[in-house]
Design a protein around this ligand. Structure first.
Ligand code: BEZ
Ligand code: FE
Length: 300
């Protein structure tokens, strides 16, 4: 019989788990156990604190519904989703456009709109144009790439928050033309707060954080033979550009609307952004996020 203490229990746990058949499950659980034990030792975790943590995670689970994934939100505000995104980018054989969070507001089957359409049904702010080219890593245009875009309106609401009837708005799907070009009209979205009324929001408030995301437009681009790209473009003049509460902003994704002579929609301030798609080197999804309803179903 070994005499277990706070250090030797780690090796004892790893030894019991050594019979795990799936090598990747073994690698992940071994590391999780080593890091969790080290964490408990580092902070000298008390029984009361341990219980507070268990109660918190229980609340996070109870806050999950078909339209809300509180665990993903927790992962987002703790920066874990951003780490997974960055690792995903590094795993590609070629470094393409940087990934960013999918977030909870992506919806499947948004309408396919003609190039140049406005994705916002009602607005008072000035229209802007978004345009650019989807290419491979050598600049070869990718025609027929599906560019799915979604954003908040000028007041900071996604369609599911702004419309009770479930109608789709501030989103649309575009197919690139023969030269890989995409272009559409929209208005500059307003930055917004992540949902603060649950356990994750309470934690964020206790940490003295603002909970805001800077103004951004999400893009999910797919094309045969290329890695799925989940990204977003961030407007640089947003006051929270340097303190995104979910760490989605990278310098390479920051844009501003200005005058461009070559914009296919003349007369509007525009954002030009070209997306570079690495070749499909693996079958992994690029989505650090998921439809909450699908996750609830999987948990049944
Ligand atoms: C979003 O960009 O839509 C988002 C991402 C993470 C948490 C909340 C919202
Ligand atoms: Fe968003």
């Amino acid at each position: 019989m070994i005499d277990l203490d706070e250090n030797t229990v780690t090796d004892a746990t790893l030894a019991q788990m050594a019979t795990t058949q799936d090598p990747r499950l073994k690698e992940i659980m071994d590391a999780a156990v080593r890091h969790m034990h080290a964490f408990a030792r580092e902070v000298n975790l008390t029984p009361a604190e341990w219980l507070t943590g268990i109660a918190f995670l229980t609340q996070v689970g109870k806050a999950c519904t078909d339209i809300r994934q509180e665990f993903i939100l927790l992962s987002d505000v703790l920066g874990v989703s951003a780490v997974v995104n960055a690792l995903h980018d590094k795993k590609a054989e070629e470094l393409g456009t940087q990934s960013s969070l999918l977030g909870p507001f992506f919806r499947e089957s948004a309408p396919v709109l003609p190039l140049g359409a406005n994705i916002v049904s009602s607005f008072t702010a000035a229209e802007i144009a978004m345009y650019g080219q989807v290419t491979d890593m050598h600049g070869k245009p990718i025609p027929n790439a599906l560019v799915q875009v979604w954003q908040t309106n000028e007041a900071g609401w996604y369609d599911v928050q702004a419309h009770d009837d479930g109608s789709m708005d501030m989103r649309g799907n575009f197919l690139t033309d023969a030269n890989g070009n995409y272009y559409f009209r929209t208005v500059r979205p307003l930055g917004y707060s992540i949902p603060m009324d649950g356990p994750t929001g309470r934690l964020v408030k206790m940490q003295g954080r603002h909970g805001m995301r800077p103004s951004h437009i999400h893009m999910l681009i797919t094309a045969n033979g290329y890695r799925e790209l989940v990204s977003a473009l961030y407007f640089g003049n947003d006051p929270n550009i340097g303190s995104d509460t979910v760490f989605g902003v990278s310098a390479s994704l920051v844009v501003e609307a200005k005058d461009h002579a070559d914009c296919p929609i003349p007369g509007l301030k525009s954002v030009r952004y070209d997306f570079r798609m690495p070749a499909a080197s693996d079958t992994d999804t690029g989505r650090v996020g998921a439809d909450p309803a699908a996750l609830m179903k999987a948990a049944e």
